[in-house]
Design a protein around this ligand. Structure first.
Ligand SMILES: [Ca+2]
Length: 365
């Protein structure tokens, strides 16, 4: 395990590190419970925890002061920060290593499940009027709005039960990604200050992704909308707000409703080996975007021998630009993906995620 220590926590914890010795699993700002360490030092563990709580309380004072300077009302800061304690579980989740990597087929099977397809169809029928209106207004097909909702939180069922302020404060205090989470903490406080939600009701994932479409506070501030017009952008409890906020995010990420996400394709023999020649010379953006080939039109891909999975020709649409991506490498499936796939990757920069959203949306037609 790598010991990650920021300068501040280093000072705070140096004494404790010396006292405990270089214990396996000891983290910078947060002591791991004795059971996990298997050191049999409960007394030292309690002392470490007490010291850490004290350091956290001191750190919170600084957050309060900065909040006031940023124009957040005193009452908001009081309601959100008074008596706040760090969540050990959040730090454990943040340090967790992925146990195994799923193949494309496993990932898709787990997410585009029969239950999600059935429930997604029911939700589309249930909210048809609102979805049709929002789809038209934002230029995003309803099936993609509902697919995102289904993949993110199983249609609002699994939105996370962590206090967002508490989780973000924990991660901002911890040394690993402090700057990012401190910014998101102030964004969350700003949202509470504006009256969209109370601190107590602001629930989300351990990493601070909130509500039925799992927006980080920065995404909320940039994209959330008050679709039902009650003055609150409520992505926790108002479905119209959830749908419109998701659609608004996609539209602002370049979505076009005259196109779909892409399709699985069949490649000619030996084609995958030539893929490196089709990769962009330089690519900007997040890591997974680098897995997408250069863009060509559908007729150009056809001319290279790329076919639909049933062997039929690709649609004759010279206006459609697409990239090839092989999620499992040269021996796995091949996807030909359009601009909307890239828009979905601006939501979550993962080829697998964007494919799951697209494939679920296909099943919701
Ligand atoms: Ca609203």
């Amino acid at each position: 395990m790598i010991l990650r220590i920021g300068p501040l926590t280093l000072r705070l914890c140096l004494g404790l590190v010396l006292a405990l010795g270089a214990v396996h699993g000891f983290s910078a700002a947060f002591p791991v419970p004795a059971a996990a360490q298997d050191t049999g030092q409960p007394a030292a563990d309690d002392a470490a925890r007490a010291a850490q709580r004290k350091a956290f309380a001191e750190w919170l004072k600084g957050v309060r002061e900065e909040g006031l300077k940023r124009g957040i009302r005193k009452e908001t800061l009081e309601s959100a920060l008074t008596g706040l304690t760090p969540i050990e579980r959040v730090v454990q989740l943040d340090r967790r290593q992925p146990e195994f990597v799923q193949t494309f087929a496993q990932y898709i099977a787990a997410r585009v499940s029969p239950w999600r397809v059935k429930t997604g169809r029911e939700r589309i029928a249930e909210h048809r009027q609102a979805l049709d209106r929002i789809a038209k207004k934002y230029g995003v097909q309803a099936r993609f709005i509902v697919a995102l909702w289904g993949i993110e939180t199983s249609f609002g069922r699994a939105t996370g039960s962590f206090s967002v302020v508490q989780a973000l404060a924990t991660l901002a205090f911890d040394g690993r990604r402090s700057a990012y989470f401190r910014k998101e903490l102030f964004n969350a406080l700003e949202i509470i200050d504006a009256g969209h939600i109370t601190a107590a009701s602001m629930k989300g994932s351990w990493a601070g992704a909130m509500g039925q479409n799992q927006f980080m506070p920065s995404s909320f501030l940039a994209y959330a909308v008050d679709e039902d017009g009650d003055g609150r952008r409520d992505i926790w409890g108002t479905r119209a707000d959830v749908f419109a906020s998701s659609a608004n995010y996609l539209r602002k990420s370049g979505w076009r409703d005259d196109q779909t996400w892409g399709r699985e394709v069949r490649l000619p023999e030996g084609f995958a080996a030539k893929l490196p020649e089709l990769m962009p010379k330089s690519s900007k953006g997040c890591r997974d975007l680098k897995k997408l080939s250069v863009e060509k039109t559908l007729p150009q891909w056809s001319a290279l021998g790329v076919r639909a999975t049933d062997g039929k020709p690709l649609p004759k649409r010279p206006d459609l630009k697409a990239s090839l991506v092989l999620p499992d490498g040269p021996n796995g499936p091949a996807l030909l993906v359009y601009g909307n796939f890239r828009a979905t990757m601006r939501w979550n920069c993962s080829v697998l995620f964007a494919a799951a959203v697209g494939m679920l949306a296909d099943r919701l037609r």
